[in-house]
Design a protein around this ligand. Structure first.
Ligand SMILES: Nc1nc2c(ncn2[C@@H]2O[C@H](COP(=O)(O)OP(=O)(O)OP(=O)(O)O)[C@@H](O)[C@H]2O)c(=O)[nH]1
Length: 231
């Protein structure tokens, strides 16, 4: 297996393997924003974490040979939620077991976690419970968690039904959707729903009704099947 990245960060900066690519990304981070949040992508190796992130950030699909992430990598994107510029700093973690101790150190800084499985690989779905156990151990208590069944374009190879994903998400009380990094289905929606939830939490006034992420996702899913764009 070839290696995708060798970038490992510490809270104080770069630890090793700092590439030019990463420095360039840091330099372009200075886009104006009002508030910023950290979002981590988790899940078994090859479920599509990097591809989902690249689809959201650049609108492209990384097809071809699979190259595993080493350690942790990040990308930024500023999205607008009700006239507020929300910067999402998105951490792409390595799914391989041998990097687990590296990624654990970053959980506590994340305000949201996107937990992915591959709808064509049962083991990646079965491991979701173990991922959630790790999350409860290492992440902040009030972290926003969203379950994503990725590769929804691969209908012929599907082994996990939509209903199974939905049932598991319900058991843990987390929002759920199926995504495809290849076609882009629901990728924007996943990140926008997270941004909206985090923004509402940070600016919540006592008299204001609570933002309901489940309801938002359901309403936008329906809208996106008939119209384009998110609000
Ligand atoms: N058909 C299809 N293939 C996908 C999709 N998402 C990812 N892939 C493919 O799945 C493989 C793994 O994708 P990655 O994004 O590198 O997986 P990862 O979860 O980041 O893997 P690690 O870095 O090892 O944790 C690649 O060959 C991708 O092209 C998708 O939505 N549809």
């Amino acid at each position: 297996m070839s290696i995708k990245k060798a970038t490992i960060f510490t809270e104080n900066g770069f630890k090793n393997g700092t590439s030019r690519n990463v420095l360039e990304r840091c330099a372009s981070v200075n886009e104006y924003f009002d508030i910023a949040f950290k979002v981590m992508l988790l899940g078994d190796s090859a479920v599509g974490k990097t591809c989902v992130l690249v689809r959201f950030k650049d609108g492209a699909f990384l097809g071809g040979n699979f190259i595993a992430t080493v350690g942790i990598d990040f990308r930024n994107k500023v999205v607008t939620v009700d006239n507020t510029k929300v910067k999402l700093q998105m951490w792409d973690t390595a799914g391989q077991e041998r990097f687990r101790s590296v990624t654990h150190a970053y959980y506590r800084d994340a305000q949201a976690l996107l937990l992915l499985y591959d709808i064509t690989r049962k083991s990646s779905f079965d491991n979701i419970r173990a991922w959630l156990t790790e999350i409860y151990e290492y992440a902040q208590k009030d972290v926003v968690i969203m379950l994503l069944g990725n590769k929804s374009d691969m209908a012929a190879e599907r082994v996990i039904t939509y209903e199974e994903g939905q049932k598991l998400a319900k058991q843990y009380g987390v929002p759920f959707m199926e995504t495809s990094a290849k076609t882009g289905v629901n990728v924007e929606l996943a990140f926008h729903a997270i941004a909206r939830e985090l923004k509402h939490r940070s600016a919540q006034q006592p008299h204001e009704p609570k933002f309901k992420i489940h309801d938002y996702i359901e309403s936008q899913k329906q809208k996106s099947s008939c119209c384009s764009g998110l609000m």
